[in-house]
Design a protein around this ligand. Structure first.
Ligand code: GTP
Ligand code: SPV
Ligand code: MN
Length: 613
């Protein structure tokens, strides 16, 4: 590393030569703006990762976990104010407000750019600016894309190394002329202030002022003030969803908040399934599902994001653009997700979970037995009678995807895997049945567009509040949501009879006693089996108002303790509540004005017609 005088015009580079002139001048420009002490170009090597980890331990950001119990693993504790995505400070700065649409925070790009220049000026004083080249998707793949994050957070660098293909190989793509997305990130805690006064660093530097900004036309990302998850690991939501959704619209493909899994049936036939559920609603769990029904096997392709495009054979192919899992810890246990537990046995970064007295980790739901004493996510003593959770509800693990024993051999196939089935789901205590098949693609798009879900701890806001989360993309769509529905309709036309079949699912319906009616987790395999038997034309269905429901005799319930009345409750469709929901949908659609595709209005009319009959 070489010290840089911010007044000099050339920035000393370490390790690698940056040959791309645009990249070189951009690094210089951001260096001049943010004024770091030094600039470091990451090569992405294991040696480099270990060096950063050691530095993070030294700085107090990482606590090294018990090397015997959890080799190569660390615990980070964030500031209590920086624990989740901040949707209220996430902006789509499109030239026209209408192109961001009513579900996004829009900001006028010229004014916001000016504002950001002020915010970022001197933001990295006293720190190192890391240059983090990364590829979303296997390096060099036809669906893959590269980007460069400039960040002053070594925690972000270490996390990006797990979550993306980071380092020299990605940089080489840029040197060879690949288009790349620039992404600037600062925690917003300079160690030298404007007046020259120094202050010591803290374990989790961040700022009360936060900005997570996407410029869709110029395909740029600027993030300030947070070090946490999707706010700071800019390859994930900012690039792979918000910017990529715009790229997909323009280029005829799709960037989705979806897991992708491979499922093999008893007859050895292989299928692939993609599923969109809102944040913390079960994507990781489903991606790693262990079927409870004999003969079925699930393997993981991805747990959060899918990039999908039509292949030469006209089918829809999906890749997982990520290289790791940033998964919700609470609720992940030996009974609920044994595969994730196995993936977490080494080389993990945990954030905001509790620490056991022997230097291991714990969170609510990891074990049935609660430890008698812990250090909670804020570093305080904790006992079971504390009256507060030991781990933050949005505490997470960061781990390489190939550490999951369920990882599919083809998870890095450059061309992706062909998708047979798409699921849409959310957390719905009422109304939405366990599973229903859409009547056709257009009806499937309507189902996706009208998803509501109870809010989780993955973003700031009221946990449990029911909100619309169309396609699980509410916080992640980089353009007007109605145009996005239009794009889905267009893709359906392009795919024709090769389009995946679309289903709605809900694992979260509750009975009158307030408990879940469906056991969920591994038992969800029963629902997947039904969907695939529908795809194969092996079973009929009952046409209902909201979609096609399973005939009871077709649902494999062997070995499951669900009573007939519970089953009836799981599939009940109450016309009055659905009419009320249809009224709310009309109101919801109203805000999109003329951008709303006519097909969505037609679908609503058809739903009402079916409800009336
Ligand atoms: P993001 O990473 O935030 O996008 O979320 P995700 O959809 O991957 O969430 P994840 O799979 O980590 O789910 C988190 C929560 O859902 C955990 O608390 C799980 O216990 C719960 N969950 C997952 N599957 C089921 C299920 O089938 N039934 C029930 N009741 N809960 C489930
Ligand atoms: C989500 O909130 O949907 C996540 C976690 O996957 S984060 O990366 O923080 O956005
Ligand atoms: Mn997610």
């Amino acid at each position: 590393m070489t010290a840089t005088d911010p007044r000099t015009t050339t920035i000393p580079m370490t390790g690698h030569r940056i040959t791309d002139p645009d990249l070189f001048s951009w690094i210089q420009e951001i260096g001049a703006l943010t004024q770091p002490d030094q600039i470091y170009v990451c090569d992405g090597s294991q040696e480099e990762y270990e060096r950063f980890a050691a530095e993070l331990v030294e700085a107090g950001t990482f606590i090294k976990l018990n090397e015997t119990k959890r080799p190569g693993s660390y615990l980070a504790r964030s500031e209590p104010s920086d624990v989740a995505r901040v949707e209220s400070r996430t902006f789509i700065a499109s030239e026209k407000e209408i192109d961001a649409g009513p579900t996004n925070n829009w900001a006028e790009p010229t004014a916001l750019r000016e504002e950001l220049r002020g915010v970022f000026a001197g933001a990295m004083r006293g720190r190192t600016m890391y240059v983090v080249p990364f590829s979303m998707g296997p390096v060099g793949g036809p669906i893959s894309r590269v980007g460069v994050e400039l960040t002053d957070s070594p925690y972000v660098v270490a996390s990006m190394r797990i979550m993306t293909r980071m380092g020299a190989a990605a940089l080489e793509q840029i040197d060879r002329g690949a288009d790349w997305v620039p992404a600037v990130h600062s925690v917003g805690y300079p160690l030298v202030q404007a007046d020259g006064a120094s202050r010591p660093d803290v374990a989790w530097p961040c700022s009360d002022t936060k900005y997570i900004v996407q410029f869709p036309e110029t395909r740029e990302i600027w993030s300030y003030g947070s070090g946490y998850g999707g706010n700071a690991l800019l390859g994930k939501k900012c690039y792979a969803l918000r910017i990529a959704s715009v790229l997909g619209r323009d280029e005829g493909w799709m960037a989705e908040h979806m897991l992708v899994l491979k499922i093999t049936g008893p007859d050895e036939r292989v299928y692939h399934l993609a599923a969109a559920f809102p944040s913390a609603c079960g994507k990781t769990n489903l991606a790693m599902l262990r079927p409870t029904i004999p003969g079925w096997k699930v393997e993981t392709i991805g747990d959060d994001i899918a990039w999908m495009r039509p292949g030469d054979d006209g089918r829809l192919y999906a890749i997982n653009p990520e290289a790791g899992f940033f998964g919700v810890a609470p609720g992940t246990g030996e009974t609920t997700n044994p595969t994730a537990i196995a993936a977490l046995d080494r080389d993990v970064i945990f954030t905001n979970v509790a620490l056991t007295d022997d230097g291991d980790v714990w969170w609510e739901g990891l074990t049935d037995e609660v430890p008698a004493h812990l250090t909670d996510w804020q570093g305080n003593d904790w006992t079971p009678d504390a009256g507060r959770p030991a781990a933050h509800p949005n505490s997470r693990f960061t781990v390489r995807a190939d550490q999951a024993p369920s990882i599919a051999p083809e998870w890095e196939d450059l061309g992706g895997v062909p998708i047979d089935v798409i699921l849409f789901g959310g957390r719905r205590a009422t109304n939405v049945p366990l599973v229903a098949e859409s009547y056709d693609w257009e009806h499937g798009v309507f189902i996706g567009a009208t998803v509501s879900s109870e809010q989780t701890a993955a973003a700031e806001g009221a946990v449990g509040a029911l909100r619309r989360d169309p396609f699980a993309m509410l916080p992640f769509c980089g353009y007007n949501m109605a145009d996005y529905w239009g794009h889905w309709l267009e893709m359906g036309e392009k795919l024709g009879d090769k389009a995946p079949r679309i289903f709605q699912v809900n694992w979260f319906r509750k009975g009158s006693d307030g408990t879940y009616l469906w056991p969920g987790f591994g038992e969800n395999s029963r629902v997947l089996e039904w969907a695939l038997r529908r795809v194969n034309g092996e079973v009929g269905a009952v046409d209902a108002a909201t979609g096609r429901l399973p005939r009871t005799e077709d649902l494999n319930l062997e070995g499951l303790e669900v009573t007939e009345s519970e089953l009836a409750e799981l599939f009940a469709i109450d016309p009055a509540s659905w009419s009320a929901e249809a009224d709310l949908t009309e109101e919801y659609f109203g805000q999109f004005g003329s951008r709303l595709p006519d097909a969505m209005t037609d679908q609503l009319a058809q739903l009402r017609e079916r409800l009336a009959n």
